[in-house]
Design a protein around this ligand. Structure first.
Ligand code: PLP
Length: 341
């Protein structure tokens, strides 16, 4: 066993097939045992539920090496629970949560040579997903489902240091009240593609989506939750039933409270409050925290006090503390870091 000869530090976030993936089928009302396979391709009927009515949900987590030579995952039990929640909302059978974690471990082990060496900043991205595979023409849930786990090595999110980004307030909505914003479904991403392509063409890194009903409250971006730091050092994160419950955000809230002694508020955040914050950031598995330096609101720039130069001190410490817990330099709460081997 030897690590693949890959330029780890310069990998981007693109798909690159590895040796092994996991696949399990749901047929006749039950999941089979599943197995590791080498075949990256899927053959399905032209009328598969996923192709016709977008019945598909997914997860994303990272496997990485620690300094003492172990390979670990961060809170995979929460990905398991969230995938099951997502599946139920789209009338799909939930995949067993315990088996999810076991199968992720098995898949990472089978791709051990693709887990980047410690210190490169790279990781093995793990993508579990489930979709309706049997034919459906009248609108209804599929009968049969496929659960798969693919992995792909990805480089460090920030090459050459954490850099603040410039984002815009979007005129599109990401999620409706009582809709599907709180689940990790491909359909939420399909509708965000047109607005994000536009935002990128205009020179913005991300879209800030407001609540669809009143357009007064901050929700999230296409793929990350917001974090705010008040002038008196409180960590504030938006609460809404149409926000995806980010595992990074939930972990950061706990770290802020327990490791940094900060007061944490999870509540509705009005767009008008932006002026009250000294630091703003985005959080998700890929970047942990991306600082935001500037927000464009229909042509008017709102400069965040921490600026476009570097990440502000509170988010910097918060980010570093979580990264240190993830990489086992400091001990995290019980069960957060799960060993693959
Ligand atoms: C995946 C995702 C996030 C981030 O969640 P993590 O569990 O922290 O990676 C945030 N918002 C949306 C819409 C997402 O799909």
């Amino acid at each position: 066993m030897a690590k693949k000869n890959i330029d780890w530090a310069n990998l981007s976030f693109t798909y690159q097939p590895t040796d092994a993936r996991f696949v399990s089928m749901y047929q006749n009302g039950a999941w089979d045992e599943g197995k590791i396979t080498e075949d990256p391709n899927i053959v399905m009927n032209e009328c598969a539920g996923v192709l016709q009515y977008a019945q598909t949900v997914f997860e994303g987590l990272k496997a990485y090496d620690t300094e003492d030579g172990r390979t670990v995952l961060f809170r995979p039990d929460l990905n398991a629970a969230r995938l099951a929640d997502s599946a139920r909302r789209l009338a799909m059978p939930a995949y067993d949560e315990k088996r999810f974690v076991e199968n992720v471990i098995e898949t990472v082990k089978a791709n051990a040579d693709y887990v980047p060496p410690y210190g490169t900043g790279a990781s093995l991205y793990v993508r579990p997903y489930e979709f309706g595979i049997s034919p459906v023409i009248g609108v209804a849930p599929a009968e049969d489902y496929m659960f798969r786990i693919l992995t792909t090595p990805v480089g460090p999110y920030f090459k050459g240091g954490v850099k603040p980004i410039y984002i815009k307030v979007s005129d599109y909505d990401r999620a409706a009240p009582h809709g599907t914003g709180h689940i990790k479904a491909g359909l939420n991403y399909a509708m965000s593609l047109y607005p994000i392509v536009q935002a990128h063409e205009e020179g913005f890194a991300e879209n800030m989506y407001l609540d669809a009903a009143t357009r007064t409250k901050i929700e999230e971006t296409g793929g990350a939750n917001f974090l705010f730091v008040t002038k008196d050092d409180k960590l504030v994160t938006p609460k809404s039933d149409s926000i995806l419950p980010s595992i990074t955000r939930r972990s950061l809230m706990e770290v802020a409270e327990k490791y940094m002694g900060l007061e944490v508020e999870h509540r509705e955040v009005y767009f008008d409050e932006i002026k009250e914050f000294k630091e703003v950031g985005l959080c998700g598995t890929a970047a942990v925290i991306s600082p935001i330096g500037k927000i464009n609101d229909h042509g008017t720039d709102i400069e965040i006090p921490s600026g476009m130069g570097e990440i502000g001190p509170v988010l910097k410490e918060l980010r570093q503390t979580l990264v240190d817990i993830q990489e086992c330099r400091i001990e995290g709460p019980e069960g957060w870091v799960v060993e693959v081997k």
